[in-house]
Unconditional design. Structure first.
Length: 360
């Protein structure tokens, strides 16, 4: 078994590179939230509290896959979650009302270029002209964003404890502890979902929470290749939840990785069954792919798991990696520093030159 696990490592590296968000969408994810955050900071009626805002969700966790379509950010307000003052519903309503002034602030006449929607715990702003969504989540943060906060819940009419910054720190710690593979596993899990579930998709936060639980349980061997580790992740998910398939109307809980409460409290039975069905199919494909001794057939199986994004030909990509990491080839970081090819920093190789100095 695992005959091709190592020889397909380059395919997985190329897949992870190709599912990275395009630079122009990443730039939008930086620019548009900044405009809205500044708008709310200066709003005279919807009063925020310093530090006023903080990014949250996949973008803040560096776990975004594919086209960046949305960004979550927190807006801090004053209040007491214990006494529900102000009420969760009132804050959501006030935020929705305040955001109606956003088009004028950005220089648009009317709001035809925007769409606003109050959700259960946020107000969603859609920038129609950019096909970009933003979930603005009001919160009470008694001790700042680095400690647990409270977000409103319209349905329960209460403030719910959450700790987004704690999750970000946990992900950073796991990435260091598990040889830089944790984020790759979480991204592969999302790519699998995006490929195999057009409808009834489990939320990204649920997938991240499951990946955290699987890794912390010791069931994922970080010394293995990504292909093998992802196979282990799928097997763990199926083994953990398979028993619930035989229990009528059962829907399992997914524990918040920091606070422990069930983050999938609104998971519907038919959505859960569909998800486990896709997991069952995928674990069969990954098992066969890892046991296969034919590269082309193994690649076809991995494409069932990850879609056409899984590359068939990586010769040029492998050559570029080899060129970039040959001894003596210096790299340059975004800060303009020259570093050796062995560096762990994000960098690009310096092009070779045949100019050896001015002739005398």
């Amino acid at each position: 078994m695992y005959d091709l696990a190592h020889t397909l490592t380059t395919h997985f590296r190329k897949l992870l590179q190709d599912i990275q968000p395009p630079e122009d969408r990443l730039e939008l994810a930086k620019t548009l939230p900044g405009q809205v955050r500044e708008f709310l900071r200066l709003h005279e009626e919807f009063i925020t509290k310093y530090p006023n805002t903080r990014l949250a969700g996949s973008y803040a966790q560096f776990l975004t896959v594919g086209d960046v379509k949305d960004v979550d950010f927190l807006v801090r307000v004053d209040g007491d979650p214990e006494t529900d003052e102000p009420t969760a519903r009132a804050v959501l309503s006030d935020l929705a009302h305040a955001l109606r002034d956003l088009p004028e602030h950005l220089g648009y006449v009317g709001d035809s270029h925007f769409d606003f929607k109050r959700n259960r715990r946020s107000v969603q702003v859609k920038f129609e002209y950019e096909d970009f969504y933003m979930d603005v989540v009001p919160c009470i943060a008694p001790y700042g964003f680095d400690e647990p906060i409270y977000v409103p819940d319209w349905g329960y009419q209460s403030w719910i404890e959450s700790h987004p910054r704690g999750v970000v720190q946990l992900i950073e710690d796991l990435e260091k502890e598990y040889s830089g593979k944790f984020r790759s596993l979480a991204k592969l899990f999302k790519q699998f979902r995006n490929t195999n579930m057009v409808y009834m998709q489990p939320k990204s936060y649920w997938l991240v929470s499951l990946t955290i639980e699987a890794v912390r349980s010791g069931e994922i061997d970080a010394t293995l290749t990504l292909a093998e580790a992802f196979d282990q992740l799928l097997n763990w998910v199926y083994d953990t939840f398979a028993a619930d398939l035989n229990r009528a109307d059962a829907v399992p809980a997914i524990a918040d990785p920091i606070l422990g409460h069930n983050v999938a409290h609104n998971w519907e039975r038919h959505d859960f069954v569909a998800f486990i069905g896709r997991i069952e199919d995928a674990q069969k494909w990954t098992g066969k792919a890892l046991a296969h001794d034919d590269r082309a057939e193994a690649i076809k199986l991995w494409q069932k798991v990850f879609g056409p994004a899984f590359p068939t030909d990586v010769d040029d990509y492998a050559e570029s990696l080899a060129d970039a990491n040959r001894p003596g080839v210096p790299h340059i970081t975004p800060a303009g520093l020259l570093v050796p090819a062995s560096t762990t920093q994000r960098s690009i190789p310096v092009p070779q030159t045949k100019f050896y100095g001015e002739k005398k």
